[in-house]
Design a protein around this ligand. Structure first.
Ligand code: NDP
Ligand code: 2IT
Length: 444
């Protein structure tokens, strides 16, 4: 049996109830086959893949907090420190009722390669909790965040592990967590990114994932003789990534006609009104029904259905496994030319294969959404030098990083005879740097 197959079997046997983790490992290891086969003896002796697929350490902890009725609630907190061979652990905190260890591990594993692709010195980690922020008061959110950080603060630090936002964790939650870290540890350090601008946050971090997604997509289209201008785009999600992807797509001359949330979706043939979307989602924290109610051109539908709308470019920006084989078939039938993942692993393996077989340009999340974590690393740099850069400075660095990521993975794919396979290119380019650092650092 090949080394890759042996390790895949081992990962599944050792982590039986973690399907999302299996999916992420399968995608990475399958596309690394040519690289592994070229060095099989050395990698096997070094147990490189076994070490890469086993987190350095993982924390699971109780998070008790008191709700507005005086009732004690108990959630589970996680932080998985996956790999720090090229820098301190870095990755977001997800607050969503679906969170479990397998989901945090898939995200942490993806983060290793994503962070490597940014070209910046950051290792891979991820955390979160099964806490559901929906419908909670600000005081309840604060109570949860303070309790969560009371435990998490034992494991993180500006030079060890630097968490940030993800689903359900935005500036409000990061603020409460930063306050609690400072209170317990007594140090003022860049231990979290995505902070508010008055206490160490970076300009353009809020926009970075969505903007970066579009900078990457623009470069991918350019390199394939096309352009974003005038294109029709379907976006899913209506959170941080979706909002700023929509904003940048429209700035670049495209028309975004859909957004969604976990209850329904909007089709707005005149183009999404970003100011209204921000008002509904960022200020009122309301559902998309409010967007539709305030916008005569918008049609609201319950359930899922974004991918049935005819578009040139699809940008899944909500969550994992939200673009299924049947959706990929609908996109292809409607003439879609590119899919770029704003979310982490939104496309199933079957859907990805179908899109690639049908010559749709496919940009995997670990490359296309790396602008968020890259700008987090820029926030870390600013915190270290105790300075802040202008919006234009950060945005132009972000753009350069995304353009470089595209060319690095395009080159890596070509080197292994997989031209145009950006999944393979991203995994190979991300892996090479991490593998090299791991080998240089000996058995650890
Ligand atoms: P937000 O919490 O801001 O928004 C998430 C959006 O996705 C909401 O519209 C939400 O709808 C929807 N959503 C979440 N879970 C589900 C679900 N199970 N089914 C259907 N819809 C769902 O998160 P972000 O925008 O920050 O994150 C979106 C994706 O991007 C995630 O995969 C995240 O890991 C990834 N990502 C985020 C980065 C960042 O910097 N924030 C960086 C790189 C990747 P509802 O409000 O109804 O729950
Ligand atoms: O998935 C991701 O890359 C993020 N949620 C952002 C992580 C970060 O540290 O900014």
């Amino acid at each position: 049996m090949s080394y890759v197959d042996e390790v895949l079997e081992r990962v599944i046997a050792k982590n039986p109830a973690e399907p999302e983790f299996h999916q992420a490992v399968k995608e990475v290891l399958n596309s690394l086959r040519p690289v592994i086969e070229a060095n099989e003896e050395v990698y096997r002796k070094e147990a490189l893949l076994e070490r890469l697929t086993e987190p350095d350490r993982q924390f699971k902890f109780r998070v008790p907090w008191v709700d507005d009725k005086g009732q004690v609630q108990v959630n589970t907190g996680y932080r998985v420190q996956f790999n720090n061979s090229i820098g301190p652990y870095k990755g977001g905190l997800r607050l969503h009722p679906s969170v479990n260890l397998g989901i945090i591990k898939f995200l942490g594993f993806e983060q290793i390669f994503k962070n490597s692709l940014t070209g910046l010195p950051i290792g891979g980690g991820k955390g979160g909790s099964d806490f559901d922020p929906k419908g909670k008061s600000d005081r309840e959110i604060m109570a949860f965040c303070q309790s969560f950080m009371t435990e998490l603060c034992k494991y993180i630090g500006a030079d060890t592990d630097v968490p940030a936002g993800d689903i359900g964790t935005g500036a409000r939650e990061i603020g409460y967590m930063f306050g609690q870290f400072k209170r317990i540890r007594g140090t003022y350090e860049g231990v979290l990114t995505g902070k508010g601008l008055t206490y160490g946050g970076s300009l353009a971090r809020t926009e970075a994932t969505g903007y970066g997604l579009l900078y990457f997509t623009e470069e991918m289209l350019k390199s394939n003789g096309s352009d974003i201008k005038g294109k029709t785009v379907c976006v899913s999600g209506s959170g941080n990534v979706a909002i700023y992807a929509t904003e940048k797509a429209q700035q670049l001359g495209a028309k975004v006609v859909t957004v969604s949330d976990s209850t329904g979706w909007v089709y707005d043939p005149e183009g999404i009104d970003v100011a209204l979307l921000k008002e509904v989602k960022e200020v009122k924290r309301a559902r998309l029904t409010e967007y539709a109610a305030a916008r005569p051109s918008a049609q609201y539908h319950e359930g899922r259905g974004v991918w049935t709308i005819k578009c040139d470019i699809a940008l899944p920006c909500a969550t994992q496994n939200e673009l299924l084989l049947e959706d990929a078939k609908a996109l292809v039938a409607n003439g879609c030319m590119a899919v770029a993942e704003g979310a982490n692993m939104p496309t199933t393996l079957e859907a990805t294969e179908y899109l690639q077989q049908n010559k749709v340009l496919f940009a995997p999340g670990k490359a296309a959404n790396a602008g968020g974590v890259a700008t987090s690393a820029l926030e870390m740099s600013q915190n270290s030098e105790r300075l802040s850069w202008t919006f234009e400075e950060v945005d132009s660095k972000l753009k350069n990083i995304m353009v470089n990521i595209f060319h690095n993975l395009d080159d890596a794919a070509k080197r292994y005879g997989k031209e145009g396979d950006y999944v393979a290119g991203a995994n190979i380019a991300g892996f090479e740097k991490v593998a090299n650092a791991m080998m240089a650092q000996g058995v650890c």
